[in-house]
Each structure stands twice: as C-alpha cells, then as structure tokens.
Design a protein around this ligand. Structure first.
Ligand code: HEM
Length: 199
C-alpha cells in the first residue's frame, strides 16, 4: 500500500524520532553528569511508582525515561508506517526495523543499567547503542526525505562528495561587452568546464 499521507507519516515520524533521540540523549547526559542514575532505583516504575514526586534526582532520571518512552512511541510509528507504506523502498523498511530493534534493546539495557547499580561497562554500552541509534535515524531521515529535497541541496551534496565538476545549467551568461567575440565556457560556480592549458 502506498499513499501520499502514509508516506508523510513515515517521513515525519522519522524526523520526530531523530529529534526525540537527540533530546533523550541530552537528558541521559544530564542524568550522568548530575549523578542521578539511581534517582529511580527500580524499573520500569520509579521507586515503586509510575508518577513519582517530581523533585531531585528522581525528576532528572524520570525525565530521561519519559524521553525514552516518547522516543519508543515515535520509532514504533516509524516502523509500522514503513511496513504499511514503504513497500517500494525496502531499504527504508530494513533500516526502520533496525531502529525499532535498537530502541527496544536500548530501553531494556537502560533498565539493566539501573538494576546493575550503574555498572560502568553497561553504562558505556548504553551510550554506544544510543549513538548508533541516532546514526540510523539520521540516515532514515535523509533517505526518506531525499525526494522532497530542493534541487540545490542535492547539487550541494553532489558537489561536496565528488572531485569532478558537476555538469548542469549555469547562471545566465552576462551580456557580452564585445559582441562577436567567443565567450569562454562558464561551468557551475564560475569554474571553466574544459580543462585549462596543461590539463
Ligand atoms: C531508549 C532510549 C534511550 C536512550 C537513547 C538513552 C540514552 C542515554 C544516554 C546518551 C545517556 C548518557 C550516557 C550514559 O550514561 O550512557 C544515558 C544515561 C542513562 N540512562 Fe539512558 N537512554 C535510553 C533509555 C533509558 C532507559 C529506559 C533507562 C532506564 C530504565 C535509562 C537509564 C539510564 C541511566 C540510569 C543513565 C545514567 C547512567 C549513570 O549515571 O551512570 N536509559 N542514557
């Protein structure tokens, strides 16, 4: 099934997931830097409650978990909308299923980090997986939205990633002050299209 609305849902859930992942990582950094990792000493509840008093270390750790829950919802929408509406772009289905598995693993690992009383290698693994997830989501945002990008963005990306001059329409040639004289070829960004003397 492909529908423009379904595709929009996919594209926007990719952007929302990326932003939520970024925000959750910042909140995780706040948990780490403020030493609030055991502010909620149980999981999935916070000190035995799903609505803990919003103060101190519990508030910091709970905000991180809320961020993680929001992120998980967005990534679930991303995955389901990929399955439903992106059949013709199978790479996006594969990447979305990778993001979905990674977010589940990361949420589970967050709980294990707490249960382990912040064992160092688990905290490092938690960070490593978060970074990978952000990378997967960035790729999905880029590939999923690429057909909507303005042409000048694509030209810029092509120019930034190649050492060859980019063929394409150049700016309108300026009026020739000496009509009748041959005008030199003017490539994009004012570069000559043909090699000069000596190659
Ligand atoms: C699912 C998305 C999640 C992401 C992207 C994420 C990301 C992060 C990041 C980047 C940090 C800071 C670096 C680090 O200490 O590793 C962090 C810290 C932390 N996260 Fe998460 N996290 C997620 C879910 C969770 C969940 C569900 C829990 C708890 C149930 C959790 C518990 C923690 C704890 C306790 C810390 C602080 C570790 C310490 O103080 O040593 N995280 N998280």
């Amino acid at each position: 099934m492909t529908s423009p609305r379904g595709r929009d849902l996919f594209r926007w859930s990719a952007v929302a997931s990326f932003l939520a992942c970024y925000a959750t990582m910042m909140l995780g950094g706040e948990v780490l830097a403020s030493g609030s990792g055991l502010g909620c000493a149980s999981w999935p509840s916070c000190n035995g409650s799903f609505l803990p008093p919003f103060a101190g270390a519990a508030a910091v750790e709970w905000s991180h978990r809320l961020g993680a829950a929001t992120l998980s919802i967005f990534v679930t929408v991303l995955f389901v909308s990929a399955l439903l509406f992106e059949r013709r772009r199978p790479t996006l289905i594969r990447l979305s299923s990778l993001a979905f598995s990674t977010v589940l693993l990361e949420a589970l690992l967050g709980g294990i980090v707490v249960e382990s009383r912040l064992m160092v290698w688990l905290v490092v693994l938690h960070f490593a997986i978060a970074t990978a997830l952000l990378g997967f989501l960035a790729l999905i945002v880029l590939l999923g939205n690429m057909p909507q990008f303005p042409k000048r963005w694509l030209d810029w990306a092509r120019a930034a990633s190649t050492d060859q001059p980019i063929p394409g329409p150049s700016r309108p040639a300026p009026a020739d002050p000496l009509p009748g004289r041959p005008t030199p070829g003017d490539g994009p960004w004012g570069r000559p299209t043909s090699p000069g003397p000596g190659g």
